[in-house]
Write a protein that binds this ligand. Sequence first.
Ligand SMILES: C=C(O[C@@H]1C=C(C(=O)O)C=C[C@H]1O)C(=O)O
Length: 135
Amino acid sequence: MTTTEDGWRADAREEATDIDAFAQSDDPQMQHIVERIDTLRASIDNIDMAIVALLAERFKATAQVGALKARAGFAAADYAREEQQMERLRLVAQAAGLDVEIAEQYREFVVTETKRRHRRIAEQGGDAGVLDIFA
Ligand SMILES: C=C(O[C@@H]1C=C(C(=O)O)C=C[C@H]1O)C(=O)O
């Protein structure tokens, strides 16, 4: 471990730091930082829990759309809808103070995965049960 003149660790450029390993530090300043990070991490865990639960609901809803599309003979993709979603999500991101690029990456991930699942559903004759979420 490298420390600077004022005693601070100077290995921030290394790949990773196991912060939990510093919980018992003798340095009160270090301890304070680790405590603050722990508190923030509790919020981060709650947020992740909510996001995963919401994603589960989103994929259940899109699977039903996939089954209906297969029944109607519609293609997996609907680019007009995707464009509307992107416009809306850009505005939502701006209003919420989120980097628009993150909203774009999120949309790209969910829509790409949804269309992949729609194709799988169509290959199974419109049976959304093919997806693990209904297993
Ligand atoms: C879910 C749909 O299918 C696709 C996936 C979308 C999504 O994940 O939101 C949006 C448009 C479609 O390309 C849909 O048409 O509503």
